[in-house]
Design a binder for this molecule. Structure first.
Ligand code: SF4
Length: 332
């Protein structure tokens, strides 16, 4: 694990037992999240982004789920632990204090019968057992102020229904930051918001990352959002990372045909009547084993080699990696 990395995912497999058989939702993903960066994880719905990120916090039902590989975390004291090997009581301690997560719909994460202030105070006192009620209240007011919920002293007494979707997402961010995590995982956290509110939340996250210095893993299917907020990004397809690079390099010099197709499918003008570019075909089923490159059925460059061998991730430039035979010169 490199010194500037706080979470290193190596060869992660997540297999889900279903009535239809075993779904290989993540098929050997590799991902490094560096200290202080905003790292985008991008791909179509169902490609394994959420499965990968929830594995960092072990949020899956482990009776139906099988992990392989490792997820190493450099904790705030500097020791390196493999999260997949930790006993569950250690995992619970790590949640919130080392890594926290916010989701698309803040309403389902909040209790409608309790004020925002009470919920935050309760959560703080669960994490910090020697914290007094008054200390927790003061910390809550500071956090609300930090995320732009003002005047904090009045908003503290209000119930979730008294806030808009954007405000509730700010409250979720405040809660996620309350135990000073090193990594915040934001899973499609702006998808349900209108464009203006989405821009405000992205600005807030960028600002918080710059002032607090934490890392953010930003999960999205929207490449436009990646361009706005992320420093580096990884593209995921059918349970594997297929390309990783700085965002600048990814947009200027995309190497994988899937990344190129995703970039081409970003609406250019956003005006009514604009013809949208789509990627033909559909991702493969993850129930059956996939032979060869998972993108082969949709790729205009695919040859026989692509259909029987899996391309490995290789270095294609400084800090730029890609898993495609085109980059190896095996396909023209
Ligand atoms: Fe296309 Fe072959 Fe590259 Fe897969 S390995 S993306 S099929 S060129």
């Amino acid at each position: 694990m490199k010194n500037d990395v706080i979470v290193s995912i190596e060869n992660l497999h997540v297999n889900l037992m279903t009535t239809r058989g075993v779904v290989c939702a993540v098929r050997g993903a590799d991902l490094d999240i560096k200290k202080g960066e905003i790292h985008g994880l991008v791909g179509e719905s169902g490609c394994g982004k959420t499965m990968t990120s929830k594995s960092i916090l072990r949020l899956h039902d482990e009776k139906r789920m099988l992990y392989e590989g490792s997820i190493k975390l450099r904790d705030s004291k500097g020791s390196i632990k493999d999260i997949l090997q930790l006993p569950m009581n250690e995992v619970r301690k790590m949640r919130g204090s080392e890594v926290s997560m916010i989701f698309q719909d803040p309403v389902v994460s909040l209790n409608p019968l309790l004020t925002i202030g009470n919920q935050m105070v309760e959560m703080l006192r669960t994490h910090y057992q020697d914290m007094t009620k008054d200390q927790a209240k003061q910390k809550t007011l500071k956090l609300l102020d930090l995320v732009g919920i003002k005047p904090a002293a009045e908003r503290y007494k209000q119930y979730p229904f008294e806030f808009s979707g954007g405000m509730l997402q700010r409250i979720m961010i405040a809660m996620a930051l309350s135990c000073d995590p090193q990594l915040l995982i934001a899973d499609e956290c702006t998808t349900a918001l209108d464009v203006t509110t989405q821009a405000q939340i992205l600005d807030l996250m960028k600002h918080l990352q710059e002032t607090i210095g934490m890392s953010i893993l930003f999960i999205t299917h929207n490449f436009g959002v990646v361009a706005e907020i992320c420093d580096r990004a990884s593209v995921m397809y059918a349970g594997k990372i297929v390309e990783t690079s700085t965002v600048e390099d990814l947009f200027d010099h995309p190497k994988h045909p899937y990344t190129k197709a995703l970039i081409e499918s970003i609406p250019k003008s956003g005006r009514p009547g604009e013809k949208l570019v789509t990627i033909p075909g559909a991702p493969p089923s993850l129930v059956k084993p996939i032979k060869g490159c998972a993108f082969a059925e949709r790729c205009q460059y695919a040859n026989e080699n692509c259909k029987c061998q899996q391309p490995e991730m290789i270095q294609v430039g400084p800090g730029h990696e890609c898993a495609c035979f085109l980059s190896e010169g095996k396909v023209e």
